[in-house]
Design a protein around this ligand. Structure first.
Ligand SMILES: [Zn+2]
Length: 530
């Protein structure tokens, strides 16, 4: 007797192979039978002729660790068919934390939902706290280098002393023992940007020893993209570990086309025997925190120190000059103020979803001053969407065999406090957009390849042997979608819209999405790296 039988679907097993029409049987949380199951009895039966049955999607690059506390139903992700999210990316993770620097970490956080108080004494205690009340999907955690650095030395803008480096390594080693999957960096964000390549290699070795991988938000994604790819590869080579280049892109019009060169570097490293892969999301706009547009020294000492500089006329003039300087890689100049959309405001609601050039004109301010004023009004915490990439680059990245899919978004919801802002639509649309637009409509890649890039490929990177694949014995994380209808509908103007064509989602053998509706079920688990 089966608990669940899904019959007649075209099964794409996650390996990249073409689909075959067959039946899949589930008992408890595992797939127990594949083949003609017409004579088998099941507690629940689902007839899925004309639909695709695939392993549940794995979001290789997510920031939901800051959202799941207030959104355990993981609405915007589960409705895309995502059954596992990899969090702790870009150098940010909510643990480990030490009491001395707890407030620094709170300031560093991308978002602090109710209930997230940073009192967990260990990484393990943090994972257990996240797991305790259940989740609609599974979560795999990386440890952020920025978080480690804050725990060891706060927002100090200098190289770590030997004892501080030892603290970072010890905290990471402990977290790896407790189930972390690897180390992430955010080398454009203070304090990660204060570190040298050598520091990252030294810290990363602790993750390598625990057989983790290195996920890199690199030091540059525009003019210095290729140097940054080389640096990420160097870390992998020196620390002897796999490298995952996060959200591969070429930002800023002068750099369009460079994704091909970045991919060539990745191919060369792979040909050399290094395990280097990347992930990408299917949009030509990126999104980050507004303060990223400031020079990194502005954040020395933490967010409060940055706000103090912004309200002091001398400090403000220095920051202003750095932002408008044509030397170095000034992100705001590269993008252009008309391509900067303000999002995630809590006080300045007038600015939400609007371009900075427009906001500045309305307030009769220079765009730089309008931005600094906004940052102060928001206590340092608003976000931006930057329209700065080339469609050809996006397509080339998604189609490349070394690139998988990662949203760089979060589990959001169209109701409650999360509905107030206008976040990047990737949080709602990434996976259906790759399937519907890039695979079906534009044929940039085949549908089985697209599915592989969201299932088997990330599962292998995570060393999750029993997920990301449809086979007997694997965990029953499954998605049933309509290949003719699947598409994203979230836009930059109306981001809180669920995609179409994702009909059923099963996590650990239980329906979370049934006939397109959330069942309220919370069968997800915090996964521990083996
Ligand atoms: Zn990032």
């Amino acid at each position: 007797m089966l608990d669940l039988k899904i019959s007649g679907a075209e099964v794409m097993d996650g390996t990249g192979s073409a689909g075959t029409r067959t039946d899949v049987g589930v008992r408890d949380d595992r797939i127990v039978a594949i083949g003609d199951l017409s004579r088998e009895h099941a507690g629940r039966s689902l007839h899925a002729a004309g639909k695709v049955l695939a392993p549940g999607f794995i979001d290789m690059h997510s920031h939901s660790d800051w959202r799941l506390w207030e959104n355990r139903r993981a609405e915007s992700k589960i409705r895309q068919g995502v059954t596992t999210e990899v969090v702790g990316n870009c150098g940010f993770s909510p643990a480990p934390v030490v009491p001395e620097f707890r407030d620094d970490l709170r300031g560093f956080a991308l978002h602090v939902p109710p209930g997230m108080d940073f009192t967990w004494p260990t990484f393990d205690a943090y994972l257990s706290a996240l797991d305790r009340d259940g989740l609609s999907l599974n979560v795999a955690h990386l440890v952020g280098h920025g978080t480690l650095r804050i725990a060891a030395m706060g927002f100090a803008r200098r190289a770590p002393m030997p004892n501080e480096l030892a603290t970072m390594r010890a905290l990471l080693a402990e977290a790896m023992d407790e189930g972390a999957f690897g180390l992430s960096t955010g080398l454009i964000y203070a304090p990660g940007s204060y570190s040298t390549t050598d520091e990252i290699v030294e810290v990363a070795r602790a993750a390598a020893r625990g057989r983790g991988f290195y996920a890199s938000h690199m030091r540059g994604e525009g003019a210095t993209l290729l140097e940054a790819v080389r640096e990420a590869i160097t870390v992998g080579r020196e620390a002897d570990m796999p490298v995952q280049i996060s959200h591969l892109k070429a930002a800023g019009r002068p750099n369009w086309g460079k994704v091909a060169e970045a991919l060539a570097l990745i191919d060369a490293a792979r040909a050399d025997g290094l395990d280097v892969l990347a992930d990408a999301y299917p949009y030509t706009a990126s999104s980050t925190s507004l303060r990223t547009l400031l020079p990194d020294w502005a954040l020395e000492g933490g967010v409060d120190a940055m706000l103090a500089r912004l309200t002091d006329s001398g400090g403000r003039a220095k920051i202003r000059e750095a932002v408008t300087s044509t030397r170095g890689e000034s992100m705001s100049l590269r993008v252009g103020w008309d391509n900067v959309m303000i999002v995630g405001t809590t006080k300045r609601r007038d600015a939400e979803g609007r371009r900075l050039a427009q906001i500045a004109a309305e307030r009769k301010l220079d765009p730089v001053d309008a931005m600094l004023e906004l940052l102060v009004d928001e206590g340092g915490r608003a976000g931006v969407i930057l329209f700065q990439m080339d469609e050809g680059d996006v397509r080339r990245a998604l189609a490349h065999p070394a690139v998988m899919v990662g949203s760089d978004g979060s589990s959001l919801a169209p109701t409650g406090p999360m509905a107030a802002s206008k976040p990047h639509p990737r949080s709602y649309g990434t996976f259906p957009r790759v399937l519907g637009r890039f695979a079906r409509d534009e044929r940039a890649l085949s549908l089985p390849q697209a599915v592989h890039k969201m299932t088997g490929m990330p599962a292998r990177r995570l060393a999750l042997r029993d997920r990301g694949v449809v086979r007997v014995g694997a965990r029953a994380d499954l998605v049933v979608f309509d290949p003719r209808r699947v598409i994203d509908v979230a836009t930059f103007e109306e981001p809180h819209r669920y995609p179409e064509g994702i009909e059923h989602v099963v996590v650990n053998g239980r329906f979370v999405i049934k006939d397109g509706e959330h069942t309220g079920s919370l069968p997800g688990r915090v996964l521990r790296h083996q």
